[in-house]
Ligand binder design. Structure first.
Ligand SMILES: [Zn+2]
Length: 257
């Protein structure tokens, strides 16, 4: 029989007691949800409005890659601050997302080669948003589109941290139609989460309503991202609600085509 010296044992007990105290406090975290509950009954939906925050935008000169990178980094700081509180409220573990800007598609990322048809992607492996600042974007740096695209990719980060993305990835889809239907719910939810963030910082952006109205018009129909009208609907729904509770696309019966 092995006996523990009593001093060591009491040390173990003390640490157990301390753990117990911490667990009973406000920092108790729950396991990351899995399965259907992760999609339709995620605790992140019950965290209320994102706290109104200031996220003043610095002007960027057109063509200024470094300036645009700095701008996106300041938006990222606002996103990390705002969403960190929601994860604390949901009692789910939080980690910040990172940003990498690139000048053209075809570059290697932590997940895959950057696709030709994308402006930005989120890589869950290294929790990094990769944003393509090509000539086209750099000629319209005052567009609210940059902030919206960041907030959309951050929506995928929120989905990753809350178990939604892992559940989506682990499911088997029998047909392309099945996959596309699930992908639309995932993407429209990211649009809604983007809208929720924009709504929470809207007053600090000092932009006219027409800038948001413009955002609602820029999507095109896509089998994996949904119809333009549904993008507009979910973006606006999140914007008005200012929180993820409005973004349960996985339980929605309509507007997910
Ligand atoms: Zn997306």
């Amino acid at each position: 029989m092995r006996a523990f010296p009593s001093a060591v044992l009491s040390g173990v007990l003390a640490s157990l007691l301390l753990t117990g105290t911490a667990a009973a406090g406000t920092h108790q975290l729950r396991p990351i949800p899995t399965g259907a509950a992760a999609l339709t009954a995620n605790p992140i939906y019950k965290t209320g409005e994102l706290k109104s925050a200031t996220c003043p935008e610095r002007p960027v000169r057109d063509g200024d890659f470094k300036g645009a990178t700095n701008y996106l980094n300041s938006v990222l700081r606002c996103l990390n601050t705002g969403w960190k509180r929601q994860f604390a409220a949901a009692k789910l573990p939080f980690a910040v997302a990172k940003l990498r800007t690139i000048r053209r598609s075809g570059m290697k990322t932590g997940c895959r080669t950057f696709p030709r048809d994308a402006q930005a992607i989120y890589c869950s492996k290294d929790k990094t948003i990769v944003f393509q600042l090509d000539k086209n974007v750099l000629t319209g740096t005052s567009d609210l589109f940059l902030l919206e695209a960041m907030a959309h990719e951050y929506g995928h980060h929120v989905q990753q941290l809350s178990g939604i993305m892992t559940t989506f990835d682990s499911r088997r889809y029998r047909t392309e139609q099945d996959y596309n239907a699930a992908s639309r719910r995932l993407e429209l939810q990211a649009d809604c989460l983007s809208g929720a963030f924009i709504g929470s910082v809207w007053s600090s952006l000092k932009r006219p309503e027409s800038d948001f109205a413009y955002l609602r018009r820029i999507a095109t129909n896509s089998p994996t991202h949904g119809k333009a009208a549904n993008y507009s609907y979910w973006l606006n729904r999140g914007f008005r609600a200012k929180g993820p509770g409005a973004c349960n696309t996985f339980a929605a019966r309509s507007r997910v085509s």
